[in-house]
Structure formats: structure tokens, C-alpha cells
Write a protein that binds this ligand. Structure first.
Ligand code: GUN
Length: 273
């Protein structure tokens, strides 16, 4: 599913270069050496290469100060070659994540985490949409299901996935429930879901008894267990009940990067207008 979209993005990147002489550029800032983050950042760079987007990775040491991080963001905000800036999360504990994200120019915020973009999503305006929920919604649309009036349940309430996912499903006229670690009677609620999105961070958390027969199940989890990557959904069990299910790996993860490429392309197109 990602392949087809990436080919379209590559065509549009090439068109933008021919028509306007603009090569979209993405800068990724990685602070410290969290092994999982290093893999994600490498995959983002590879995605850029695949579609012809220029990319650079700025690696800062674990003990980087807030001032040094923000100085780097300021420099990239001014850089005409760079249309998208992404600060890989999580940052080391001593750094102020919210302040760093607020420092990125909203028009270069390809993650959609800046307050202005989060606010636009909240109020139905046109801003930059966070990549993981945007990719999950794209996959849900691919099923061909008419989403209007459907019951959607999102497990997880993070700013990166759970909350924006719920808002996107609401825009699609779903009836949306957000569940989290304090939710009572979770299986009872999830069994109502025509669309179930799992963004919990616990391997195999969603079991077949929690799924309505025929439901669309989107697994956003990336959990490392005994050296293997596993999702939040017990795939082998749930696939027997669900009507449609995304695997991990090979599901939402790749689509997230595809959406990052799309957000970067769109930021470059806006810069050229
Ligand atoms: N860490 C985990 N997911 C993400 C993401 O979508 N964007 C950034 N910047 N960091 C992340």
C-alpha cells in the first residue's frame, strides 16, 4: 500500500523540481543514542532517498543543552533548503520537549506536533497532520468502509497518536471513544468497535475476545520482545475475528514514514507558492 503512494510522491517531487526548481528537504534531529530512535531515523532517511527528497540527519550528543538544541532548530528554520524539521522523540529527560517543538516554525513542522498545527486539527482547520494517525486513517480508507456513523475506539491517549487519531476519526463522522490505562471494562468497549486502533505500547495487548467480528483493527504498536518487533495486537488470534487487520512489522510503521514524506513534499510545495 505504501509502495503505490511512494511512487506518487516521487512523481510529485520530480514535478516540483522541474516546474519550480525546488527539491524538498527534510532535517531530522536525533539527540542521544537510543537504539530504537536510531533505527527510525535511518528509515526516515532511506524513505527520503527513495522518493528524491533531500535529507540530513543532525546527531547531537546525549548531554546537549536546551539552548544548543534550540539553536540548531533556529538554524534549520532559516535554511532555505530545508522545508521540514523533525525532532525525534523521546528526547533525553533533561530536555524540554514542548519548548523544542514550539521552536520549530509551524510551516516546517512536518510532524504536526506544533501547538498551531495541533490546534488546527482540533478546530477543523487545515494544518499539518501527525504522520502516524494520518497513515492509519489512509489505511482505514483503503478498506472502502463508509466511516460515517461507525463506532471507533482508540486505545491510547498520547499527543502523537491517540488524541490526533481520535480527532481524525471524529472528522470522518465516526462516534469515537478514547480508552486508556484507567478505562474500566475495556473489552466491553472495544467489542463495540467497528474500527479499533491500538496504540498502547504493550505487546499482544488486544486479544480476540476484545474484537467485534468483522472489525477493522489497526495496530500502531512497536514493541521489542526478545529481539523481535511485535505490535499491540495478538495478530494470529485477532486475524481470525477481524475483517481487516494491519500487521507489525509491515503495517502502520512504513505508512507513517510515507506520510512524513508526503508532509515534507507539501511543505516544499507551500514554500514554492
Ligand atoms: N517518536 C515516535 N514516533 C515519533 C514520531 O512520529 N515523530 C517523532 N518526531 N518522534 C517519534
Amino acid at each position: 500500500m505504501s509502495e503505490c503512494l511512494r511512487r506518487e510522491i516521487a512523481d510529485q517531487v520530480s514535478h516540483l523540481q522541474t516546474e519550480k526548481g525546488i527539491v524538498p528537504g527534510l532535517a531530522v534531529i536525533l539527540v542521544g543514542n537510543d537504539p530504537a530512535s536510531e533505527i527510525y531515523v535511518r528509515n526516515k532517511g532511506n524513505g527520503c532517498r527513495e522518493v528524491g527528497i533531500y535529507s540530513e540527519t543532525i546527531t547531537l550528543p546525549e548531554d546537549t543543552t536546551q539552548t544548543a538544541l534550540e539553536a540548531e532548530i533556529d538554524r534549520l528554520n532559516q535554511d532555505q533548503q530545508i522545508h521540514g524539521i523533525l525532532v525525534q522523540l523521546p528526547l533525553p529527560k533533561h530536555l524540554d520537549e514542548a519548548a523544542a517543538l514550539a521552536r520549530i516554525l509551524p510551516e516546517k513542522d512536518v510532524d504536526g506536533f506544533h501547538l498551531l498545527n495541533a490546534g488546527k486539527l482540533m478546530t477543523g482547520g487545515i494544518g499539518v497532520t501527525p504522520c502516524t494517525p494520518k497513515g492509519a486513517l489512509y489505511m482505514i480508507h483503503q478498506t472502502g468502509m463508509d466511516l460515517s456513523g461507525k463506532q471507533a475506539v482508540v486505545i491510547g491517549r498520547s499527543n502523537i497518536v491517540g488524541k490526533p487519531m481520535a480527532l481524525l476519526l471524529l472528522q470522518e463522522n465516526c462516534t469515537v471513544t478514547i480508552c486508556h490505562s484507567r478505562t474500566k471494562n475495556l473489552p466491553e468497549i472495544t467489542r463495540q468497535a467497528d474500527i479499533l486502533v491500538a496504540a498502547v505500547g504493550k505487546a499482544g495487548f488486544v486479544t480476540p475476545d476484545m474484537v467485534k467480528p468483522g472489525a477493522i483493527v489497526i495496530d500502531v504498536g512497536i514493541n521489542r520482545v526478545d529481539g523481535k518487533v511485535r505490535g499491540d495486537v495478538d495478530f494470529d488470534g485477532v486475524k481470525e475475528v477481524a475483517g481487516w487487520i494491519t500487521p507489525v512489522p509491515g503495517g502502520v510503521g512504513k505508512m507513517t514514514i510515507t506520510m512524513l514524506l508526503q508532509n515534507t513534499l507539501e511543505a516544499a510545495e507551500r514554500a514554492g507558492q
